[in-house]
Design a protein around this ligand. Sequence first.
Ligand code: AMP
Ligand code: MG
Length: 466
Amino acid sequence: MYFNFDNSYPTLKPEMYSIIKNTKFGNPEYVVYNDSLAKVLGLDESLKSDEGAKYITGFSEDIKYAQAYGGHQFGHFSILGDGRAFMLGEHINNNIRTDIHIKGSGRTPYSRTGDGKGTLYSMLREYIISEALFYLNIPTTRTLAVLKTNELINRSKPEPGGLLVRTAKSHIRVGTFQFAATESEEHVKQLFDYTVNRHFKHLEGKTNKPIHFLREVMESQIKLIVKWQSFGFIHGVMNTDNMLISGESIDYGPCAFMDAYDPETVFSSIDRNGRYKYSNQPYMASFNIVKLAETLLPLIDKDIEKAASKLNEVISRFEKIYKKEYLRVFSNKLGIRDENDFDKTLVDEFHQIMFTNKLDFTNTYKKLTLRELDVEFEEWIQKWKKITDKYNATDVTELMENNNPVIIPRNHIVEEAITKASMKNDYEPLDQIMEMIKSPFDYEKIIDSSFTEPELMHNYKTYCGT
Ligand code: AMP
Ligand code: MG
């Protein structure tokens, strides 16, 4: 068969998922197939065929399931679930378990009023962004394939339908724990044991497992958010259902990379109050961690007060760990290996100059790496030199080259590539951008300036669930 499936998730209580029987699509056809990821997963070339496309989109008797979850969306809790996706199965290769998840699947028991479908446009968007993050060394779900369904779906105007084949370490979300908590303590306990067994095996046998678990989830989340920020990435919809326990980023709807540095940057058309803006991302991560902690209360102590105080002790360290990680990562961007050599004001001042002069975030860090900064940085450079002169110049450059990308997927380039592909069947711009983002730290590469110059798209807006 095409995959080496071994489904562990359906061992959970039946309320945690729904079996999906029939999946119906127009006539699914690959438009993107990620050969290098297929290789990593040890998949047979035959998956790339028309028959493979049929299988992958659910035309088989195999058990498929949609997962139940809840979520705080913009601060309000709802019961959600895979409303337009299902799990094809958990594929094992080299002892590594990978979820193969089909997004844009058609209606499931969790679809509420939605049609369960996705546009080819938004699936291609997720493909570009998830792969861009992967090559920037950010933990992320990935895209094995995108298919067009050859049917039109109803949006504000009819649009070509699409499917995304997503891979992930797992799809256990903060919202999965929240859903379990709405069912019973037994559901939470079982989900917790399952999650520890799947992702935190090293905690087996320890006392206070939930405390260690929370701390580790929190730390990996902090690392993730700082990575996002260090590349100017704004996720845009950090609801608890879009935060994975594994520490991978997921769901690339309204996300985008910022051009000119502005901590207030927000792209999502529905985020009117800037809840998920660039600078708010650590606060939103900590909100999500608190929500996760709440579900763990009954696993810690029968005495709720005692349990809460133990969990609070973990959460109270969020800010300190975040600040340390921020300084570590941004010091590397400045070519400084040891963050104890300086304090954050150097980073803040650098960003302030960018802000005042409306300079592009990615290109300014690149210019610093190339020692090509413009005159407005003169004073700042003196301060920076005082620290970096202590190091070997080649080391400083190397560190900066490894942390300051020469290219990110610019909004207008992404927009053009996915519009041409989905509306005009022209995949050339998409192929070009994919080729570019595969080596974001290659300073030798010759890149056409059309890829690196920000277009001044004032008020660029992105949409989710489209
Ligand atoms: P997302 O914005 O992709 O994170 O989705 C948030 C929630 O809305 C999830 O429960 C999705 O399954 C659901 N959802 C999004 N789009 C659709 C759709 N077209 N039909 C049904 N459910 C959807
Ligand atoms: Mg989601």
